[in-house]
Write a new protein. Structure first.
Length: 225
């Protein structure tokens, strides 16, 4: 089974592009209230729904979350049942953690990826999973957790596809900057995939890349020691 896990990050736009390009998925799994914008077959909302229904702690997401919870008819996987929302299902934490032998979850996306591994899907496509928050420490912590579960998935033969605009697994880093240290060379080593296999060679051995839209770099790898 091929699934798409869709979050609220900027690389959500790559999901729209994929659908416009006729890419198909067996199921769409949404993170939090993304189901208020697109069709989802299953939602992961690991905060208690009372956070959205009874408080304003979700900020600007509160309104769309309440609307989604009221109108959604598909399963919502969460940590606590609430009589006001009939579609809620408890996350099988004990079963997932016991079978996969890890219990490392600090964000909702990590739960969803682990659930996909536990469900033995064949391909996981991640969109809008970017971890570009104002709270940098929280963002990096969440990214590390999701990347950990991506590694577990790959170790079990599950294919991982990540939106091209996402920073997850350095996907949005230019090919000639992905390999730290080598990126400082006059002719840096470049990694790419050809015919399904990983290829590493000098940049001069590849055809020049297609021009891409560039954004100003505020703080990047060249600022690191």
């Amino acid at each position: 089974m091929k699934i798409a896990i869709v979050g609220l990050g900027g690389s959500f736009s790559d999901y729209a592009s994929a659908r416009i390009a006729s890419q198909e998925f067996d199921e769409i799994w949404g993170i939090n209230c993304i189901g208020g914008i697109i069709h989802v077959d299953k939602t992961f909302m690991m905060d208690p729904v009372s956070r959205f229904l009874d408080t304003e702690n979700a900020g600007t997401q509160t309104g769309i979350a309440r609307k989604f919870l009221k109108e959604n008819k598909k399963p919502i996987i969460t940590c606590q049942l609430d009589k006001r929302i009939k579609q809620l299902e408890l996350y099988p934490l004990k079963e997932v953690a016991t079978e996969l032998k890890f219990c490392y979850f600090n964000n909702t996306v990590a739960y969803a990826v682990a659930y996909a591994i536990w469900s033995k899907v064949k391909t996981i496509c991640l969109y809008g999973i970017d971890f570009t928050y104002k709270n940098v420490n929280m963002a990096e912590s969440g990214r590390a957790c999701v990347e950990f579960w991506c590694a577990i998935a790959v170790s079990k033969g599950i294919k991982i596809e990540i939106a091209s605009k996402s920073g997850l697994l350095d996907t949005n880093v230019p090919d000639n900057e992905k390999l730290y240290g080598y990126h400082r060379l006059d002719d840096p080593l470049v990694q790419t995939v050809q015919e399904g296999g990983l290829l590493i060679a000098k940049q001069s051995e590849f055809a020049p890349p297609e021009p891409i839209e560039s954004d100003p770099v505020i703080f990047g790898r060249h600022d690191n020691v």
